[in-house]
Design a protein around this ligand. Structure first.
Ligand SMILES: [Zn+2]
Ligand SMILES: [Zn+2]
Ligand SMILES: [Zn+2]
Length: 122
């Protein structure tokens, strides 16, 4: 069971290491290399346990269903930290903005005024 995408309907066979993963993050967790992108992906339906291939260069709406059992496997990913992640990100962004403003107002204008002032006055 994949801990990244809670509603995963298929497993994906990594074309690089020929192993089955629920998502790209599962692959990254146990691999020392990037997941290789391929035009022909191999999936295994979790509902009927059958494998099938899809040409990703010619991927249409009907390809979002398992050809064996019509299981709709292309779903919006449900991730365990979806809501928490957004909240903490917002706080971090706010902190960064406040810090950046302070640095800019303290250092930026001072140095500019120092240079301009001495040039103008001198
Ligand atoms: Zn791999
Ligand atoms: Zn995963
Ligand atoms: Zn199926």
């Amino acid at each position: 069971m994949c801990k990244h995408i809670l509603n995963a309907q298929v497993s994906i066979r990594a074309p690089c290491c020929k192993k089955w993963f629920d998502c790209a993050e599962c692959h990254a967790a146990v691999s020392d290399h990037q997941l290789r992108k391929t035009n022909e992906m191999v999936f295994a339906c979790k509902k009927c346990k059958k494998a099938f291939r899809k040409d990703m260069t010619d991927y249409e709406e009907e390809d979002e269903f398992c050809p064996h059992c019509d299981n709709h496997y292309v779903l919006e990913a449900v991730t365990p930290e979806a809501t928490l992640g957004i909240e903490t990100e917002d706080i971090r962004v706010d902190n960064r903005v406040i810090k950046d403003d302070r640095i800019r107002t303290k250092q930026g204008p001072k140095s500019i005024f120092d240079i301009d002032g001495s040039n103008m006055m001198g």
